[in-house]
Design a protein around this ligand. Structure first.
Ligand SMILES: [Zn+2]
Length: 433
């Protein structure tokens, strides 16, 4: 029995070992690739996976099958019944249990010789010493905020160590419907997630005139039913997005309008998606992006092929209509609040007649900021601070004053902080409209 297991095991890894321990025409001469060291080195590596959801399940399985032996996974979520259609390591009997734990157990059962250590926590609960123990970090997250946090942490770790030990390559995957991306970040050396923040710009709203007069897409017809028809006809006292009767009413209105303009594609599911602003998670997109991330992890770990990173560092994938990928180099930003050395302030187009409250609200939508709970200081004065409560109370009245009344002028520098990124200060130069 023991011998059969060993035999099986050798057979299982035979082809992988041939791939990872054989130099080829794309093996970089300067990478120091040594065939005989690859397998022992990878066996000893510690790799961290953040997220055990749609992407994370795929990533864990792919890493285990790529020969990584010591994997840790962080996820604070528990399994919901709606996860079961794509988070394939979970079964109905797992509903309510921790994702990280169930995923780790499942993969360890199937792939002999791999150890996966689950952490049912938030990433913010770990300190730098924890992150230092890993050689590679792979992210399969759906939150921009969590990505920005881990990015800032890894960049700060890289800055603090001089021997290069603190530089942990970050491999980040992300999907949205049929689209996705995989990128490799070498903290302090290449463009970081904060440099690339505008790639995650909040979705632009469709202009009301398009919705009202010249719809071109099924979504425009649904928005018309949602915003205009509902308001005119008020079929129910208040719209409840979870009430099937309300969604059906919107769907039928949208369908009638779509037929008038010969637009195809209005369905009940799409109506629900547009109204609730949800993008469906697609299992195949997760599989493609996770595979790409793990391919990069394998390259980083073995040096058998040059990984994404120093040159091209961003692979985008689109499966909306046919399949398309494009890989390019995202440059570092000289004014990046995380990885730039001189931390210079970025220009921010501002209407000085706006109230401080409206100005601060705009930070959640500005592509270059995306901050939900900003506090602000300017010219050495605190204009608004969310905590502690006493300071909030003292500065609250400022929210109703315009920037002009607060004596802010064109060219003034403001410092924004947000509790989501406790170590960062975002500096901006006000640029009057
Ligand atoms: Zn940066």
């Amino acid at each position: 029995m023991g011998d059969t297991a060993v035999g099986e095991s050798i057979e299982r890894w035979k082809h992988l070992d041939r791939i990872r321990a054989t130099a080829g025409p794309f093996t970089p001469a300067e990478s120091g690739f040594e065939a005989e060291n690859v397998v022992p080195t990878v066996n000893k590596m510690k790799i961290l996976v953040i997220g055990a959801g749609g992407l994370g399940c795929e990533i864990l399985k792919d890493l285990a099958l790529s020969g990584f032996k010591d994997i840790h996974v962080i996820d604070m979520d528990t399994i919901d019944i709606s996860n079961l259609n794509r988070q394939f390591l979970f079964r109905k009997s797992d509903v309510g249990k921790f994702k990280a734990e169930v995923a780790a157990q499942f993969v360890m059962r199937r792939v002999r010789g791999v150890t996966i250590t689950p952490h049912n926590k938030r990433i913010q609960e770990f300190d730098e010493a924890f992150y230092m123990q890993f050689q590679i970090v792979v992210c399969g997250l759906d939150s921009i905020e969590a990505r920005r946090w881990i990015n800032a942490t890894l960049v700060s770790m890289a800055e603090e160590t001089e021997d290069g030990e603190g530089i942990k390559p970050l491999i980040d995957g992300g999907t949205e419907g049929f689209k996705g991306q995989a990128r490799v970040i070498i903290p302090t050396i290449t463009s970081c997630i904060e440099c690339q923040l505008d790639m995650h710009a909040p979705r632009a709203a469709v202009p009301l005139c398009t919705i009202a007069s010249i719809p071109r897409q099924p979504e425009h017809c649904i928005e018309w039913a949602h915003i205009i028809a509902w308001d005119q006809e008020k079929p129910f006292p208040a719209l409840d997005e979870d009430d099937p009767e309300h969604i059906t009413w919107l769907y039928q209105k949208a369908l009638t309008r779509a037929n008038e303009f010969s637009i195809a594609g209005v369905t009940y599911a799409l109506t629900q998606g547009v109204v609730k602003n949800i993008i469906p998670a697609i299992a195949s997109t997760n599989a493609v992006i996770a595979a790409s991330c793990c391919n990069e992890a394998l390259k980083v770990a073995t040096s058998v092929v040059q990984p994404l990173g120093f040159e091209e560092n961003y692979m985008m994938y689109s499966g909306n209509e046919s399949i398309y990928t494009y890989t390019f180099k995202h440059e570092r930003k000289k004014d990046c609040p995380v990885c730039s050395e001189d931390q210079r302030a970025r220009p921010l187009v501002t209407d000085l007649n706006e109230t401080l409250g409206d100005f601060l609200d705009s930070f959640s939508e500005r592509a270059e900021a995306q901050l939900k709970n900003p506090s602000i200081r300017a010219e050495g004065k605190t204009l608004y601070m969310r905590s502690p409560a006493s300071l909030e109370e003292q500065t609250r009245l400022n929210l109703k004053r315009t920037l002009k009344e607060l004596k802010l002028e064109h060219g003034f520098e403001v410092a924004i902080t947000d509790p989501a990124f406790p170590s960062l200060i975002f500096n901006f130069i006000l640029t009057a409209k």
